[in-house]
Design a protein around this ligand. Structure first.
Ligand code: RIB
Ligand code: CA
Length: 314
């Protein structure tokens, strides 16, 4: 089955790997990249999205710029120690020749979904302000998208930027609460599964060999990202978080999911925490089962996912 997708992203080393998949996979029609701040400021994110597309020979893919900061809270500084100040491991990068789409990311999403109702899947792998803004422009989007896949959150795994919050949810919890409770067909691909996947140097060598000019950027930025994983997490390799969203879309049989009700903590020490109430389970208050049903990923075969990523790009 093929998928027509808009890929919403903050590239970002692991975003770059996922963008390479979206640009290359024969079962993906990439309708556009929409950008957000997150791993980098939004101008850098847009620059990187244009660059990665051009290096893949896909300068035809529209890139629309979106959110420069969170909806409500102040923006945290970008994590340059993880992704590099340029988002791609501080490696030297070639010049970009193309220009971004003049529309905002939110307007691009609204226009594209309305042009093909029922056909477009939104895959979001950064803070989700662009999706929240698109819903504000057109609340009827919930009935017109085919699917929404979000890399973010954590059900039982704990957080990666606070003890309870995953980065994309933490960066804009108000947008996340809006998007995760919108009542559209949504799957959350969070740390419970992305932490089961480790992309090693051996995998990256195969990817570099298969990706031409883009491969040099993927491999160079990987080196920087891997150093972070080694130093801070004691892992020899990196978690390809954002590629897991595409792995779920294209190879759902590699994942175990469960239906339930999601909400996101927007204030206080637990801001950005995703709360999951399994479908049918009673709690002391009804509030936990009042948000629309969504699907969450709980387990995966991490080795198989990483092999799928590598084989796609090699
Ligand atoms: O928590 C992982 C997520 O945060 C990924 O999307 C990564 O790119 C960072 O933004
Ligand atoms: Ca990301």
């Amino acid at each position: 089955m093929s998928h027509s997708i808009i890929f919403d992203t903050d590239p970002g080393v692991d975003d770059a790997q996922a963008i390479a998949i979206a640009l290359r996979h024969p079962e993906i029609e990439l309708l556009g990249l929409t950008t957000t701040y997150g791993n980098v400021d939004v101008e850098t994110a847009t620059h990187n999205a244009l660059l990665l597309s051009e290096l893949a020979g896909r300068g035809d893919v529209p890139v629309a710029q979106g959110a420069a900061g969170p909806m409500v809270k102040p923006r945290y500084p970008a994590p340059a120690h993880i992704h590099g100040a340029n988002g791609l491991g501080n490696i030297d990068l070639p010049a970009v020749t193309g220009c971004r789409d003049p529309r905002s990311a939110a307007q691009f999403i609204v226009d594209t979904v309305n042009a093909r109702p029922g056909e477009v899947t939104l895959v979001a792998v950064g803070p989700v302000g662009n999706l929240a803004a698109a819903l504000q422009l057109d609340p009827g989007l919930t009935e017109k998208v085919r699917q929404v896949v979000i890399m973010g959150g954590s059900i039982g795994e704990g957080g990666n930027v606070t003890p309870v919050a995953e980065a994309n949810m933490f960066n804009d919890p108000h947008a996340a609460q809006r998007v995760l409770t919108a009542g559209w067909p949504l799957t959350l691909v969070g740390l419970d599964v992305t932490h089961r996947c480790v992309l090693t140097q051996e995998h990256m060598s195969r990817i570099e060999a298969g990706q031409g000019e883009l491969g040099k950027v993927l491999a160079g930025s990987y080196d920087f990202y891997r150093d972070f994983y080694r130093e801070f997490l004691g892992i020899d390799g990196c978690c390809p978080h954002d590629s897991c969203a595409l792995a779920w879309l294209l190879r759902p049989e590699l994942f175990t999911t469960a239906p339930g009700h999601l909400s996101v903590v927007t204030e206080g020490a637990a801001e950005g925490q995703t709360i999951f109430a399994p479908e049918g389970r009673g709690f002391i208050q009804e509030r936990w089962s009042q948000t629309p049903l969504a699907e969450v990923c709980l387990e995966t075969d991490g080795d198989a996912v990483v092999e799928w990523i590598t084989a796609t790009l090699a």
